[in-house]
Design a protein around this ligand. Structure first.
Ligand code: ADP
Ligand code: ZN
Length: 718
């Protein structure tokens, strides 16, 4: 017996199937889709069995040494899906398979994530005379099939050992899962007629994809849960994708209230062991629902009927390293193969998605009202050009007044510091120098609590000194604004107010984010202040004021989606206000009170924003009118990178006749970890051979040592 094995090395030149002999004693265990250990050169590697055959073209074959899996992990469906991923991202086949699995399931000789076991004890039949101490222990087993070691903590180990030795107790091991669930009260809400309609519409459409376009607070989550329930009753399972699951504890809680114990969670905040266990529950067919971030789209549920993608406009569904897939495309591909359905949900769909909805490529389902007729909050603009002189720090007087009034009424406030395209950096007030990372071409971010300057790309860190590295004057100052600074200002303006801060720094520890959310939900703080994190998914009924400190900073991003991103963020954060019985108010502080994105966000007018923005996209040849591909050519040698980038340009010009080619130009971050990046941008409407041509280019660069070519189809950022 011979097997074709795809080994774990991601190098392009190794990305092919190697044949191995199967020793007689392993033949019984071998199956396509299991992992095996194989000799490779003078190493031992792990790979996936992709085929079983009788003959090989290679005359001297080595033998596989071990079969690692009891069950097939790369199912037939995933096997095919990997090929599709390779075709559409041009990444290596092995990387397309590896990305589907959590660490403990990847092909890798290094990572050893193992099952966790615990000791359990069973009572045997016996007819010995027991000591009174022993009898006490045996009595504990009354009405119990077994007891775990934890349940026997009060019993001394020596007694247990004696009982085992005398065959009165039998000790054994059983697998335990590392993740614990909070027990919740089971809750089911009756749907409103509008929600009911949406559910029926989605259940009956012939279209694979439904776009659930529903304003913030319109009850999309309830619609998802009802759909999942309906599918469950048909024996079909569901995947729910959320942008960053560790940041959505409230959503998870609602799911657990309804589908207690029937959910596996897959997200980055879990330990490798926990992820492994959650994945095992899926593989062992113990759950019907998977909730997770991007890569959960690959969850190998059998009888998969429904894939829900919440906040479908989120960038997080696109992976920004190889394979650069978009979970939405994968979901649609899987659904089409399986005859399943996809639901994309958002209050602010991506322009691409809404355009497809309007053209009936997607089934467009609208929820245009909040649940139970609650009003969307009123939004006021504060023109900071007029207010800045009178402001206290970053707070205009009208915003301060509104915060005070809200808190005096016993209600709560959410404040957003829009940090997209804006960060806290130090600049020399003498020579104007700002301190940059020596490895990457970006300014370092100032972390006040640790007094450190840090690079957000490579992690480089250095102590903050006030002496400028260039002119040596003692005049380096913190000119940007971070949440810490805003918090300080708030404390000065409103000394008796309790503020919770939510940003990368305060949420880095496990469970920290949930703790902040819980504290605020209990009413143990007046203000929740934070970065974009406070804009997403939170549902606090007592929040009646939302303030945006700086609505316009994200407009400055050098990206064609900057208006859309600004609109999304403002709309999302505004949607946090007035979700309970009391009406909500939203305040945007802005230096651009005439900007269309800000004004349409103020009026909560997605359709008008969509129309206006589509005009620009058409004019500028951007999506959804044109497809984009970004080619990134990089090298440690900056001259070589440019030479090769120009070569790429020539080849594209030659073979892609219907494509607009921009560049090469230095990438928006020219230097990252001492590597230089050039970028070509391709725009096209119809270019049938694009994958073929780019695949040839990728294959060519795979053979070249000092240069790397990275292709990104439908990039999220340019
Ligand atoms: P969205 O996801 O569209 O922003 P949610 O699903 O979070 O909206 O719903 C908003 C609020 O309304 C939540 O507090 C939710 O519990 C409540 N809600 C949703 N649907 C119903 C319903 N049918 N009956 C009662 N309350 C509901
Ligand atoms: Zn760096």
């Amino acid at each position: 017996m011979i097997v074709g094995v795809l080994v774990e090395i991601t190098s392009k030149s190794v990305d092919k199937i190697f044949d191995y002999l199967v020793p007689k004693e392993l033949e019984r265990k071998v199956e396509v889709g299991k992992r095996v250990e194989v000799p490779f050169g003078n190493r031992t590697l792990v790979g996936f069995i992709l085929e079983i055959k009788k003959d090989s073209d290679v005359s001297t074959l080595k033998e596989i040494t071990k079969v690692l899996d009891e069950e097939v992990i790369l199912t037939k469906e995933l096997l095919e899906l990997g090929k599709y991923l390779k075709k559409t991202t041009l990444a290596s086949l092995i990387s397309c398979y590896q990305v589907m699995f959590p660490k403990g399931y990847k092909a890798s000789i290094k990572n050893k994530v193992n099952k966790k076991y615990r000791k359990v004890y069973y009572l045997n039949d016996y007819n010995k005379k027991l000591t009174s101490k022993q009898q006490e222990v045996v009595d504990l087993f009354k009405d119990k099939e077994k007891l775990t070691k934890d349940e026997l903590t009060n019993v001394s180990t020596s007694i247990l050992n004696t009982l085992v030795k005398n065959n009165i107790l039998r000790q054994s091991e059983e697998e335990v899962y590392r993740l614990d669930y909070e027990k919740n009260e089971r809750k089911i809400r009756k749907l409103t007629p509008l929600q009911e309609n949406a559910v029926n519409n989605i259940l009956t459409t012939d279209n694979t994809v439904s776009l659930l376009y529903g304003v913030t607070g319109s009850g999309k989550t309830e619609v998802y849960m009802e759909l999942i329930d309906k599918y469950l009753k048909k024996g079909l399972k569901s995947i729910v994708l959320v942008p960053e699951i560790s940041l959505t504890p409230q959503l998870i809680k609602r799911f657990e209230e309804r589908f207690e114990g029937n959910i596996a969670l897959l997200h980055s905040a879990l330990s490798d062991g926990e992820k492994y266990d959650e994945y095992r529950r899926i593989v062992k067919d113990e759950v019907d629902i998977v909730i997770g971030a991007r890569s959960a789209v690959f969850a190998p549920l059998n009888n998969l009927g429904l894939i829900i993608i919440d906040e479908c406009h989120s960038d997080s569904y696109k992976q920004d390293n190889n394979p650069r897939y978009n979970a939405k495309d994968v979901a649609i591909k899987r659904a089409k193969e399986l005859g399943a359905k996809v639901v994309l949900g958002s209050a602010t769909p991506m322009l691409e998605e809404y355009a497809r909805g309007l053209k009936n490529v997607f089934n467009l389902v609208t929820l245009d009202k909040r649940v139970n007729g609650k009003e969307l909050p009123k939004v006021e603009l504060i023109d900071m050009n007029k207010e800045i002189a009178k402001s206290k720090g970053h707070f205009s007087l009208p915003l301060i007044d509104k915060i005070k009034e809200t808190i005096e009424r016993g209600e709560q406030v959410i404040l957003l510091l829009n940090r997209r395209g804006y960060s806290s950096f130090v600049t020399c007030s003498n020579c104007g120098e700002s301190v940059k990372c020596p490895n990457c071409d970006i300014t370092l971010t100032y972390h006040k609590s640790s007094n450190i300057l840090r690079c957000h790309y490579c992690g480089y860190a250095t102590k903050y000194e006030i002496t400028c590295p260039k002119c040596h004057e003692k005049s380096l100052k913190d000119l940007g604004v971070g949440t810490e600074k805003i918090e300080e200002e708030l404390k000065e303006i409103l000394p008796n107010v309790k503020v919770l801060r939510m940003d990368v720094d305060t949420t880095s520890k496990k469970g920290a984010h949930k703790k902040i959310v819980d504290t605020f939900a209990r009413g143990d703080a007046d203000i929740l202040l934070g970065t974009q994190m406070v804009a997403k998914g939170l549902d606090f009924s007592n929040v009646t004021l939302v303030g945006v400190i700086n609505a316009d900073t994200s407009l400055m991003l050098p990206d064609f989606r900057s208006s859309e991103k600004t609109f999304d963020l403002l709309n999302q954060v505004a949607g946090r206000a007035g979700r309970g019985e009391k009406a909500g108010l939203v305040v945007f502080q802005t230096f651009n009170p005439d900007n269309y994105a800000i004004n349409y966000a103020k009026d909560n007018d997605y359709e008008s924003f969509y129309k206006e923005e589509m005009k620009t996209r058409k004019l500028m040849k951007y999506p959804p009118y044109y497809y984009l591909v970004s080619l990134n050519i990089s090298s440690k040698d900056s001259k070589l990178a440019l030479v090769e980038a120009k070569k790429c340009e020539k080849l594209c010009l030659k073979y892609l006749d219907k494509t607009v080619i921009l560049g090469p130009s230095p990438a928006s971050i020219f230097k990252k970890q001492n590597i230089y990046y050039y970028q070509l941008i391709l725009k096209y409407q119809y270019q049938d051979n694009i994958y073929e041509v780019l695949e040839k280019l990728v294959e060519y660069y795979a053979t070249i040592n000092k240069v790397n070519l990275d292709v990104d189809f439908n990039p999220i950022h340019l």
